[in-house]
Design a protein around this ligand. Structure first.
Ligand code: HXC
Ligand code: NAP
Length: 290
């Protein structure tokens, strides 16, 4: 067995209808493919209908479930409500929402225009809150249970320079997750989050490691386990958290980053740069033989 393989047993998401924002590309697509393999039906949504339609076609060719592509800019509440109404028209009931859509880029903060800052805030925080509010109101009115799974990142709690709009927005999404986990549990609605470390995708790499940066900066070097993430291992965690197996997990954020953020946080973790010979010399200098 390995982390490249699916973890849950066949049929674990049978008869579940799941909405994935940003489901046409990258990690949203990878998680969706696994949900489908486990018996779910999907609505995948984002701005680009052609991308979604192609993804839906490829997904359905591989697996038995139904995949409905719907265009929706999560920044626009009218589009979100229309998209949700279409989900209900197509499936009758949606059981889970994966808030995965995001926008991001690197920049010194003082170089950002107000519009640049707001664009990222709007996609990540406003987009997530609008999808959440729309789905939550519907579930509560229809007396249906539901599960939210929100994709954040580890700098949601540490913050990070050079991606400040994203850090501020993801921190807001984490607060939203924890707040609603308590407030809406009485309606049978759970909320959890996943904080991934580096998982190569075209969308993230092109914006966070543009141009030559990708050659100069190897994200794997910052990860204690020595590698970047593999999409299937994220999909395994997401499938568990969106399934009924995680019924008692509510309000948590699970980090999947090979120890990356803790490495950056620990005061003396950079001492791994010290070679063994130097440790030998230091031991010798306090009178102990190597
Ligand atoms: C500075 C930038 C910029 C950049 C855009 N802007 N890119 N400013 N540096 N690299 C500015 C523009 O000049 C404009 O401001 C404003 O932002 C809006 O830009 P538009 O191109 O009009 O926006 P839009 O078409 O809505 O596109 C949104 C986007 C784009 C966020 C800019 O990159 C996008 O579509 N992203 C979606 C996918 C994505 O980002 N995926 C990566 C997620 S990775 P002005 O003032 O000129 O009008 C992720 C990983 C986290 O989140 C953790 C990793 C470990
Ligand atoms: P990605 O492929 O670029 O995914 C982002 C998705 O969001 C795209 O499908 C995009 O589709 C959609 N989107 C952007 N703006 C939107 C809007 N206004 N309305 C609706 N959809 C919108 O990048 P990814 O790496 O897979 O990222 C997926 C998630 O993982 C994000 O939440 C990201 O923050 C998180 N994450 C990624 C990493 C990583 O290393 N890859 C690490 C930590 C967290 P359209 O362009 O068609 O709209």
């Amino acid at each position: 067995m390995s982390y490249n393989e699916g973890m849950l047993r066949e049929g674990s998401l049978k008869s579940k209808n799941i909405l994935i924002t940003g489901g046409g590309t990258g990690l949203g697509r990878a998680m969706g493919e696994y949900f489908l393999e486990l018996g779910a039906n999907l609505v995948i949504t984002s701005r680009k209908l052609e991308v979604l339609a192609e993804t839906a076609k490829e997904m359905m060719a591989k697996s038995g479930g139904k995949v409905v592509p719907l265009a929706c800019d999560v920044r626009d509440i009218a589009q979100v409500e229309a998209m949700w109404a279409q989900c209900i028209a197509d499936f009758g009931q949606i059981h889970g929402v994966l808030n995965n859509a995001a926008g991001n880029f690197i920049s010194p903060t003082e170089r950002l225009s107000a519009n640049a800052f707001n664009t990222v805030l709007d996609i990540v925080l406003k987009g997530t809150s609008q999808v959440t509010l729309t789905a939550g109101k519907h579930w509560i009115a229809a007396k249906q249970p539901g599960v939210f799974l929100n994709i954040v990142t580890t700098y949601a709690w540490t913050g990070s320079g050079y991606v400040v709009p994203s850090a501020a927005a993801k921190a807001g999404v984490l607060a939203l997750t924890r707040s609603l986990a308590v407030e809406w549990a009485k309606y049978g609605i759970r909320s959890n989050a996943i904080a991934p470390g580096p998982f190569p995708t075209e969308g993230a790499w092109s914006r966070l490691l543009p141009g030559d940066l990708v050659k100069k900066f190897d994200p794997a070097k910052k990860v204690p386990v020595g590698r970047v993430g593999v999409h299937q291992e994220l999909a395994n965690l997401a499938a568990y958290l969106i399934s009924d197996f995680s019924a008692y997990v509510n309000g948590d954020v699970i980090t999947i980053d090979g120890g990356e953020w803790l490495k950056g946080a620990g005061e003396f973790n950079n001492l791994e740069m010290i070679p063994q010979e130097l440790w030998d010399m230091m031991e010798a200098s306090r009178g102990k033989k190597p």
